[in-house]
Design a binder for this molecule. Structure first.
Ligand SMILES: Cc1cc2nc3c(=O)[nH]c(=O)nc-3n(C[C@H](O)[C@H](O)[C@H](O)COP(=O)(O)O)c2cc1C
Length: 396
C-alpha cells in the first residue's frame, strides 16, 4: 500500500526545529491541517471514541487542527459533521482532547459556520441557510437522506442575514469558543476560508450588501474582525488562529480585487496578536505537480507574507522537500499537511526516516467507520512489530 518515499531528515532540517507558537512550544513545524471526515456519532453529531482513536493516532503532529466543527445548528452544512454547541458534544470532544494530551499532542478546534453551504434538511426547522446575500451557490449539498445514507442535492438560495442578526452570529462563535475551552482544547482556529460564512462576507461575489457589512473591503472584513475580537476575548489571542483562502474558488467563490481584499485583511489581523494566520496555498496545484505557479498565486503569497508580520502557516500541496524549501526561503513559519496525515498517522516519523508514505483513499474521506480512517498503519504496525490497527466498529 506504499507509494512515494521521501528523503530522510537531517539534523539541520528546519521542519524539525522546535517552534514557539503563542504560549506553546511545538516540537517541530509539521501541523495536521483541519480535515472534515463526517464520522460524528448520531444522533446529535457527537464526537465518539472512534474519533478520539483517529486523533490520538496523529498526536505526533506539532499541532493538530481539528476538523471543521459547527458552532451552532445553523452553522452545519454537511451530514455527520461534529458540533460544539451541545453538552454531549463537549463531553465527546473531551474524550478526544484527553487522549491527544495523554499522547503528548496539542489540538486546536476549528470553529465553523457554513453560511449558504448548507441545505434546509440540515437546518433547524428546515429553515433556509443564511448568508450575507441571497445568492445561490453552484453545486450540491451533502445531506443525509431518509434511508440514512449520504446524498448530494442541489444547493438552495439562502436567506440574507438582517443586520440585527449579526451580533447573534458573533455570539455563536463565542459560545463555540467557550465550549471548546470547556472541552479541553489548547486553542481555536477561526474558519474564514473555503467559501463558508466568513469567507462569503469577505468576497465580493457573495457579498452584495449595502449596509456596514458590505461594499468596501473594511465592511466586508468587519464580521471576521468582530469574530476574531470576540473569540480572542474568550481564549486570549495567543491561542487563536485564523484561516483564509485567498484566490480560492472552492464553493463557488470569487473576489473582484483579491489583492486589495486579502492584503487589507492580512495587515489588519496584525493588531490582534494572534497565534498564527493560516493560508490555504493558492498555488497548491502547481506545487503538487511541480509546475510553474500562476503569477497571481505567487504575488498573493508574497503580499500576505509582507503584510502579516507574525506567525504564518501555509497548507496545500506540500511534501517533505517542498515544505523544507518554503521554510528555508522564509515563505512560511509552519507547514500544515492534510491528505498525507489522513493516510499516514505517523507522518513526522516517516519524514524523519525518509520512509515510504501510504497513499490516501478519497472514497473513504467522508462518512463511514474505521475503514480509511483509523486503519492506516504506522511504521511499527507496517513492519509487524506492533499489531495492525483495529477495524472494530464497536467504538462508534
Ligand atoms: C477530506 C478533506 C477534508 C477537509 N476538511 C477541511 C476542513 O474541515 N476545514 C478546512 O479548513 N479545510 C479542510 N480541508 C482542506 C485541508 O485542510 C487542506 O487545506 C487541503 O487538504 C490541502 O492540503 P494537502 O495538500 O496537504 O492535502 C479538507 C481537505 C480534505 C482533503
Amino acid at each position: 500500500m506504499t507509494t512515494s518515499t521521501t528523503t530522510p531528515a537531517v539534523q539541520t532540517d528546519k521542519l524539525f526545529q522546535p517552534f514557539r507558537l503563542g504560549r506553546y512550544e511545538l516540537p517541530h513545524r509539521m501541523v495536521m491541517a483541519p480535515l472534515t471526515r463526517s464520522r460524528a456519532r448520531q444522533p446529535g453529531n457527537v464526537p465518539s471514541p472512534l474519533n478520539a482513536c483517529y486523533y490520538v493516532q496523529r498526536a505526533s503532529a506539532g499541532l493538530i487542527i481539528s476538523e471543521a466543527t459547527q458552532v451552532s445548528l445553523q452553522g452545519q452544512g454537511y451530514a455527520w459533521t461534529p458540533g460544539i454547541h451541545s453538552l454531549e458534544q463537549i463531553e465527546g470532544w473531551r474524550l478526544v482532547t484527553d487522549a491527544v494530551h495523554k499522547a503528548g499532542g496539542l489540538i486546536f478546534l476549528q470553529l465553523w459556520h457554513v453560511g449558504r453551504i448548507s441545505h434546509p434538511s440540515l437546518q433547524p426547522d428546515n429553515m433556509l441557510p443564511v448568508a450575507p446575500s441571497a445568492i445561490k451557490p453552484a453545486g450540491n449539498a451533502f445531506i443525509e437522506n431518509e434511508r440514512g445514507e449520504g446524498e448530494l442535492v442541489p444547493f438552495v438560495t439562502p436567506r440574507s442575514l438582517q443586520i440585527e442578526e449579526i451580533p447573534y452570529v458573533v455570539r455563536q462563535y463565542v459560545c463555540g469558543s467557550k465550549n471548546a475551552l470547556e472541552a479541553g482544547f489548547d486553542g481555536v482556529e477561526i474558519h474564514s476560508a473555503n467559501g463558508y460564512l466568513l469567507d462569503q462576507f469577505i468576497n465580493s461575489s457573495t457579498n452584495h450588501r449595502t449596509d456596514s457589512y458590505g461594499g468596501s473591503v473594511e465592511n466586508r472584513a468587519r464580521l471576521l474582525m468582530e469574530v476574531t475580537a470576540a473569540v480572542s476575548e474568550v481564549w486570549g489571542p495567543d491561542r487563536v488562529g485564523v484561516r483564509l483562502s485567498p484566490l480560492g474558488k472552492f464553493n463557488d467563490m470569487g473576489d473582484d480585487n483579491p489583492e486589495e481584499t486579502f492584503g487589507y485583511i492580512a495587515e489588519k489581523l496584525n493588531a490582534y496578536g494572534l497565534a498564527y494566520l493560516h493560508i490555504v496555498n493558492p498555488t497548491l496545484v502547481a506545487l503538487e505537480k511541480g509546475t510553474e505557479p500562476e503569477p497571481s498565486g505567487r504575488r498573493m503569497l508574497d503580499l500576505i507574507r509582507q503584510k502579516y508580520t507574525n506567525t504564518l502557516m501555509i497548507a496545500g500541496g506540500f511534501n517533505h522537500e517542498t515544505a523544507e524549501q518554503w521554510l528555508r526561503q522564509g515563505k512560511a513559519d509552519l507547514i500544515a499537511f492534510g491528505r498525507k496525515f489522513i493516510a499516514n498517522p505517523d507522518l513526522p516519523e516517516r519524514f524523519r526516516k525518509g520512509a515510504a508514505l501510504n497513499p490516501d483513499d478519497p472514497s473513504t474521506y467522508y462518512g463511514g467507520g474505521p475503514k480509511g480512517y483509523t486503519d492506516y498503519p504506522n511504521l511499527a504496525q507496517e513492519s509487524g512489530e506492533e499489531p495492525k490497527p483495529s477495524v472494530d466498529d464497536r467504538w462508534r
